[in-house]
Design a protein around this ligand. Structure first.
Ligand SMILES: [Mg+2]
Length: 134
C-alpha cells in the first residue's frame, strides 16, 4: 500500500482514538511540521510502530531496573509484584516486536533464525552455571 502520509492525517486518527490531541509532525517526511502524519507511531506511514517498540523496550528496562534496585525482591515498595510487571512488559514488548516486523516488511525468517541461535548461545552460557549451583 502506498500513499501520501500527509494526505489523510493518520496521526490525527491515531491520537483521536486515544483521546489525545494530535501531535505535530516533526516534518521527517518533508511535509508541513504541523500536518501530523504519525510517523513512527502505530497508524503512521513511516516505520509504523517503532515509537511503541521504543516505549515498550523502555518499560522492560524500567522494571528490570526496579528488580536490580530491590536486589531481586519481587515485591516492590509500591506494592506491585515485579515478576508480574516484568511478564506484562515482556509481553507488551513481544507484541510491539511482532507488530513492527509485520507492518514494516522485515524478514521474519531471518529474525526467527537469529533469535534461535542467540537463545541457544544464552542457554549455553547459563547451563554450566546452573549445574555448578546444583
Ligand atoms: Mg507496556
Amino acid at each position: 500500500m502506498t500513499h501520501d502520509p500527509h494526505e489523510r492525517g493518520e496521526g490525527e486518527v491515531c491520537a483521536s482514538v486515544a483521546g489525545l490531541p494530535p501531535l505535530p509532525s516533526v516534518g521527517l517526511t518533508g511535509g508541513s511540521p504541523l500536518e501530523g502524519s504519525g510517523d513512527f507511531s502505530i497508524g503512521g506511514a513511516l516505520w509504523p510502530g517503532v515509537s511503541k517498540l521504543i516505549e515498550e523496550a523502555g518499560e522492560v528496562i524500567q522494571v528490570a531496573g526496579k528488580l536490580l534496585g530491590s536486589r531481586g525482591v519481587e515485591v516492590h515498595w509500591d506494592g506491585s509484584n515485579l515478576r508480574e510487571r516484568l511478564e506484562e512488559e515482556i509481553a507488551d514488548l513481544l507484541a510491539a516486536c511482532v507488530f513492527v516486523v509485520e507492518e514494516n516488511g522485515l524478514d521474519r525468517d531471518a529474525i526467527d533464525g537469529r533469535a534461535e541461535r542467540k537463545l541457544a548461545l544464552f542457554q549455553g552460557w547459563q547451563r554450566p552455571k546452573t549445574e555448578e549451583r546444583a
